[in-house]
Design a protein around this ligand. Structure first.
Ligand code: GH3
Ligand code: MG
Ligand code: MG
Ligand code: MG
Length: 305
């Protein structure tokens, strides 16, 4: 089994939609044994089941009274929760027009009725694999390889989104910039492999300290981390920064060559802003960077807001 195949759930969830139960029965016969099969006999019911059960793939009849397959597909595309679920159209009246229209509205494939069991199984398998692969790549693209926490790419996206949201709601947005103290000396003394282990432990401690809702901790680069706190005022952010500082200090990772003490410590800069149209998110980054610099100058292992 290759990497992508291994990502497919053991018992994938299929939603079978057809206004004629005999057609649903036929597909159930094919998939019931090794898939969890949900059924819907109308377009509107299909949407409901989809939101409720979050299937891995949908086998969708095209011609149905009231809401047809095309309309269902369009509806699923509108919602970010259902947009990425692959849809295979199952159709009896194949025409190039119908097929191109289906692909336009987001279907991944077409299968003709009556279905051939081997063909439909193979195509479902292919699309489940592709979907699992796409999901895995999306996750990988947003994580830092060394520490497993969100990476800078993901952070930049979140910052832009939270900036817009805070601006809309006139809410404060807080940012903490974190830098490991005398980390070059740590590497020089213990070696890079130990240095990497240290960064993993620091990242884990930071992550465990930030659990709430939309708050995130990300690796900003090198030995720098960043923490984004939506709807948080300066007092709240300072409190969080202090919690992060002590979480790392409490690890008591030995750092014999650190002038600060004998353990690994971090310095933190904290700033809060109520976003307006006059500036962008970089304002907040520049401010926290200046404050982090002050924390370094003032002796490290401290929070400056
Ligand atoms: P300061 O207290 O002023 O922050 O001093 P510092 O030594 O931490 O700062 P500096 O920026 O001079 O050094 C950062 C070091 O972090 C240098 C670099 O080799 C190390 N580093 C960056 N990324 C990694 C990494 O992924 N793994 C390891 N082991 N070291 C890293
Ligand atoms: Mg039909
Ligand atoms: Mg640094
Ligand atoms: Mg440093």
């Amino acid at each position: 089994m290759d990497w992508a195949e291994s990502l497919v759930p053991k018992r994938p969830k299929l939603l079978v939609v057809d206004d004629q139960t005999v057609n649903i029965q036929a597909l159930y016969q094919i998939f019931g044994a090794d898939h969890e099969v949900f059924m819907a006999t109308s377009g509107s019911q299909a949407i409901k089941v989809c939101l409720d059960k979050k299937p891995d793939l949908i086998l969708l009849d095209v011609i149905m009274p009231e809401m047809d397959g095309i309309a269902v597909c369009e509806e699923l595309q509108k919602n970010s929760d259902t947009r990425s679920i692959p849809v295979i159209f199952v159709t009896s009246q194949e025409s190039p027009e119908e097929e191109s229209r289906g692909l336009e509205v987001g279907a991944v494939d077409f299968i003709s009725k009556p279905v051939n069991p081997a063909v439909v199984r193979a195509r479902v398998r292919t699309h489940l694999t592709l979907k699992a692969q796409a999901d895995a790549l999306r996750v990988m693209a947003s994580r830092d390889g060394l520490t497993g926490i969100p990476n800078r790419r993901y952070f930049d996206e979140r910052l832009a989104a939270e900036w817009r949201s805070a601006k809309r709601g006139s809410q404060p947005l807080s940012l903490i910039l974190i830098d490991v103290d005398h980390f070059k000396a740590y590497n020089d003394h213990y070696g890079h492999v130990e240095g990497d282990t240290c960064l993993r432990r620091v990242a884990k401690a930071l992550k465990l300290s930030v659990g709430r809702g939309r708050d995130i901790v990300a690796r900003y680069g090198g030995e720098e981390f960043v923490c984004l706190l939506p709807e948080t005022d300066l007092a709240g952010a300072e409190e969080m920064a202090e919690k992060l500082r002590s979480a790392v200090a409490d690890l008591e990772i030995s750092h014999k060559s650190s002038p600060v003490g004998n353990t690994v410590t971090i310095s933190l800069g904290v700033a809060t802003i109520v976003p307006t149209s006059l500036t962008g998110p970089e304002t907040l980054l520049v401010r926290t960077d200046e404050l982090l610099y002050k924390a370094k100058e003032s002796g490290r292992n401290q929070v400056v807001a």
